[in-house]
Design a protein around this ligand. Structure first.
Ligand code: ARG
Length: 565
């Protein structure tokens, strides 16, 4: 186990010295952060030891506390019920920590835990002939943030966009395109929106005319068999769709290392199916792999020989392991696909791949739009691009009102508008459904992205006013508001580690909200630039460190940090 926090490391080491019964790691896992600062900065509960040591937790805590050696960072150790509470010397901590943060910049809190290891992250992965909607927003935002968080843990992240660019829906779109594709459309031919129009129309007409479905199946079969015309149309759809997708990713600052969609695996499927052969049974003409009583069987090939979403995921997993030799593979996909991934992982296990253990479905909840009215609604589809554009536009209006002379208004509005949408997605546990309310998401005082970005800009402006800092004595920082910030900065590395462990960007998001709140309390309560000279410098150094950590935290969420807003 690699610990990165300074003070936490010292506390764990101190306990470990006097409590050989537990390993360093076990102690680290038990160590808690007390609910309020009055109770200390770290707290060690002794309850689980009672049985083994045949003593009451209170007695154990007392004996431990007496033995804890003096340390330059420890102010005092106090026993409360069965807890040993540790109080840190914040002044000393500040002297150790703040210069370190300012020196390390965006590297503060980076770990080497994942050195030499790789993690595959499958995220965003929209379907390009089906509605491309805000449902993929969640996957995009969560996956992008997780990639950065895991990179901070030292891993090499492989960002994979598993585009839904193959499957029976392409048969439908080809049929629709051949019939109606050249007719008037609001959108460029072959673009995602155009394809959606066709897709919607296909379904409407197929209700009256079921033979369209047969025709579509035929065309998909042709496509799978390499028919030239089918292939050409498909390739054209894919290309235009990909181009418009990339524009949205660019707007959000999201990147991928691989655009290996479902079609990428076509040539690899036969060898994967061959591996499956010993487990395959034929049922009503289809090839299936039974998975026992607690799961429906895995469908390998339909009766007409067509492959499925699952067949391609299975093939992709094997390819990814062989290519990247991953330590972990994450699938950032909505909770409704839980069974699908359970089946895929179960089949991998059947094939004897023990690395199946390292594949993990990272699910998330739904996005609800309340009664919001958006300009472009087609069926029930809300386009991600429209949401982002609207957010940027609303932000621009707010800036126009609050700070009309700001330079680079366009750029700032983009960073803040997009940041607001991203933060709204990441601020709660991912498994929770989220609500989408413009007023809430863009409230500069609320629990929002703009609030944190604004706090960052406020820190930047203080630093600009303060000028160059050559000398400072951080021992002067003694106020409770200062202490709260110092201890919070110290915990940041631990926060990143927790976020990675649970694949939970919200851990970082909530940390940033608290840090921003604490910073604004400090800002309201104390003079900074115009405090007495020595103190002003010490406080400005603290501001610099807070600014640094906010910027870094926002980066981990995939949000920009403009210096002015
Ligand atoms: N295209 C799929 C959908 O939108 C998501 C793909 C997720 N990744 C995967 N390897 N199955 O439902």
């Amino acid at each position: 186990m690699h610990l990165v926090g300074i003070a936490r490391e010292i506390v764990v080491a101190a306990i470990s010295e006097v409590l050989p019964l537990l390993s360093y790691e076990e102690i680290d896992n038990l160590l808690e952060i007390p609910p309020s600062m009055e109770l200390g900065d770290y707290s060690f509960p002794c309850f689980t030891l009672a049985k083994q040591l045949r003593k009451s937790p209170v007695v154990i805590a007392k004996e431990l506390a007496e033995k804890i050696p003096d340390n330059r960072l420890l102010e005092k150790v106090v026993v409360v019920h069965g807890f040993v509470n540790f109080y840190l010397k914040k002044g000393q901590l500040a002297c150790d920590l703040i210069p370190k943060i300012c020196h390390e910049g965006l590297r503060y809190g980076k770990s080497t835990e994942g050195a030499g290891k790789s993690i595959v992250i499958d995220f965003s992965s929209p379907n390009i002939a089906k509605p491309f909607s805000v449902a993929h927003l969640r996957s995009t935002v969560i996956g992008h943030s997780l990639a950065r968080i895991w990179e901070h843990m030292g891993y090499k992240a492989e960002r994979i966009n598993h585009l839904g660019d193959w499957g029976t829906q392409f048969g439908k779109v080809i049929v629709a395109y051949k019939r109606w594709g050249e007719e008037d459309s609001l959108y460029p031919k072959g673009s995602i929106r155009h394809l959606l129009e066709l897709y919607v129309r296909f379904h409407k007409e197929a209700e009256e005319n079921p033979s369209l479905d047969d025709e579509a199946r035929l065309w998909f079969k042709k496509l799978e068999d390499g028919d030239q015309e089918a292939y050409k149309l498909w390739a054209q759809f894919r290309q235009t769709s990909l181009e418009s997708l990339k524009e949205v990713y660019e707007l959000m600052g999201v990147t991928f290392d691989h655009y290996t969609g479902e079609s990428f695996y076509n040539d690899l499927i036969p060898s994967a199916v061959l591996k499956l052969q010993p487990f395959i049974e034929v049922s009503e003409g289809a090839e299936i792999v039974p998975l026992g009583d607690d799961m429906p069987p895995f469908l390998v090939r339909k009766s007409d020989g067509a492959t499925l979403y699952g067949t391609r995921d299975l093939t992709a997993a094997i390819y990814r392991y062989e290519t990247f030799n991953f330590t972990k593979a994450l699938y950032v996909v909505g909770g409704e696909q839980a069974l699908h991934f359970k089946q895929v992982f179960a089949v991998l296990k059947k094939l004897g791949y023990d690395w199946a253990e390292n594949c993990e479905h990272v699910p998330f909840g739904l996005m609800r739009f309340g009664d919001m009215k958006l300009s472009t609604r087609q069926g029930n589809v809300i386009f991600l691009e429209d949401v982002l554009d609207k957010s940027i536009e609303l932000t621009k209006a707010i800036i126009e009102e609050k700070n009309p002379t700001l330079e680079d208004k366009e750029e700032v509005a983009r960073a803040v508008g997009v940041g607001a949408v991203i933060f709204n997605d990441l601020r709660n546990n991912r498994i929770k459904d989220i609500n989408f309310e413009w007023d809430e998401l863009l409230n500069f005082q609320g629990d929002t992205g703009p609030y944190i970005q604004y706090t960052h800009a406020r820190a930047c402006s203080l630093l600009e006013k303060g000028g160059r800092l050559d000398e400072f004595n951080l021992d002067l920082l003694k106020e409770p508001e200062e202490n709260a910030l110092i201890i919070s900065l110290e915990r940041f590395p631990e926060v990143i580690k927790q976020a990675a462990k649970n694949n939970e960007p919200s851990t970082v998001a909530r940390y940033l909200l608290n840090l921003a709140r604490d910073f604004n309390k400090f800002y309201q309560a104390h003079r900074i630039v115009d405090a007495e000279e020595g103190l002003a410098n010490a406080r400005l150094m603290l501001v610099a460190a807070v600014k640094q950590v906010i910027a870094e935290g926002l980066f981990l969420l995939g949000i920009e940090a403009p210096e002015k807003m």
